[in-house]
Write a protein that binds this ligand. Structure first.
Ligand SMILES: Nc1ncnc2c1ncn2[C@@H]1O[C@H](COP(=O)(O)OP(=O)(O)OP(=O)(O)O)[C@@H](O)[C@H]1O
Ligand SMILES: [Mg+2]
Length: 307
């Protein structure tokens, strides 16, 4: 089973309007509401492809109940730790002119030390029989920056981390199995500039030197590079009609883990990941890829061995 940890999940509500009028009443034409959070996305993608997944993390209030319903409806397993506070609601406002959405992201509920302890216990218990423990995204108030580092430490070599800033930096020190920053996150993490594919490959090698067993750096429409103990690989996605790339990075991880659990070699895992990321780029808003399109794109992903 693939465990996927989301410590700060969200209900994502998109409001569609004609144009944004600040300080005035805006008439909403249509809304879309979905469950969000990196870990939840990773699990939904891996489950869609056919992997056995279990979502862990923190949920509370009516928003938390909504997320449980969404996962139940999709047949994605979950065993969240209940909290006193209310899971956050993130709002995005999308206008008809196709400009980037205006987003309002709540910090998330305050987590008590007892709640934090309880979710850590739940992860440790489940991790013993799990193949991988994936984690990522932001941390709610009350959760220390070393949360992913301590989960990586207690899940020894099974950890997949996709986070930004300090929490990622600390987790790297605990020898995670896989990290997958995008270009900008990798630049911030290493304090370098990534201007070319070669730069990205060098950065992935540096992430390995800092502790990751496998390092993937995703490059949006240009695909991804991967450094492993068995060599370096580069993958290019096929050209697709891009609607929204939200969740593409999470889909890359979901696809990669699905393939890895099936026993595929690293280059084929990367192929599945990149195909899943590209497939999600064709879906609207926070929607994730469906398996038929991932399978169709799979053969069109170009994977090269660099070393
Ligand atoms: N425009 C695109 N065309 C084709 N494939 C894409 C495109 N954008 C993303 N992808 C695929 O999705 C993968 C991950 O995308 P990206 O690097 O944008 O992740 P990210 O920035 O972590 O995204 P997020 O955190 O929003 O999920 C890429 O490696 C690629 O395979
Ligand atoms: Mg990302």
């Amino acid at each position: 089973v693939i465990l996927s940890v989301t410590l700060n999940p969200s209900v994502d509500r998109a409001l569609f309007i004609e144009r944004l009028a600040p300080g005035d009443t805006n008439r909403v034409l249509r809304t879309e509401t979905d469950a969000g959070g990196k870990g939840i996305n990773v699990a939904r993608v891996a489950a869609e492809l056919g992997a056995e997944t279990l979502c862990l993390g923190l949920l509370g209030g009516p928003t938390g109940r909504f997320i449980r319903h969404v996962l139940d409806a999709e047949g994605v397993g979950h065993d969240f730790t209940r909290i006193e506070g209310e899971t956050r609601l993130n709002i995005s406002v999308e206008t008809a002119d196709g400009s980037a959405p205006t987003t309002f992201n709540e910090l998330g509920p305050s987590i008590s030390p007892k709640e934090y302890q309880s979710v850590q216990n739940s992860i440790t218990e489940r991790a013993a029989s799990a193949r991988f423990v994936s984690m990522g995204g932001s941390l709610p108030p009350g959760i220390p920056a070393d949360a992913f580092a301590s989960i990586a430490k207690m899940t020894a070599g099974k950890a997949i981390v996709d986070a930004d800033g300090e929490s990622m930096r600390l987790a790297l020190g605990e020898r995670p199995f896989l990290v997958k920053p995008n270009r900008h996150e990798a630049e911030r993490l290493l304090g370098t500039t990534i201007a070319s594919r070669d730069d990205a490959m060098g950065a992935a090698e540096q992430l390995r030197a800092r502790g990751a067993i496998i390092a993937i750096i995703s490059l949006g429409g240009e695909g991804a590079v991967m450094a492993t103990s068995e060599g370096n690989f580069s993958a290019r996605p096929p050209r697709v009609d891009v609607v929204s790339t939200i969740g593409s990075g999470d889909s890359l991880i979901g696809g990669f883990l699905y393939a890895l659990e099936r026993g595929m070699q690293p280059d084929d895992c990367l192929r599945w990941g990149v195909a899943a990321g590209a497939a999600t780029a064709t879906t609207s808003g926070a929607e994730i890829c469906r398996k038929p399109l991932v399978e169709e794109l799979l053969g069109q992903v170009v994977v090269e061995r660099l070393r």
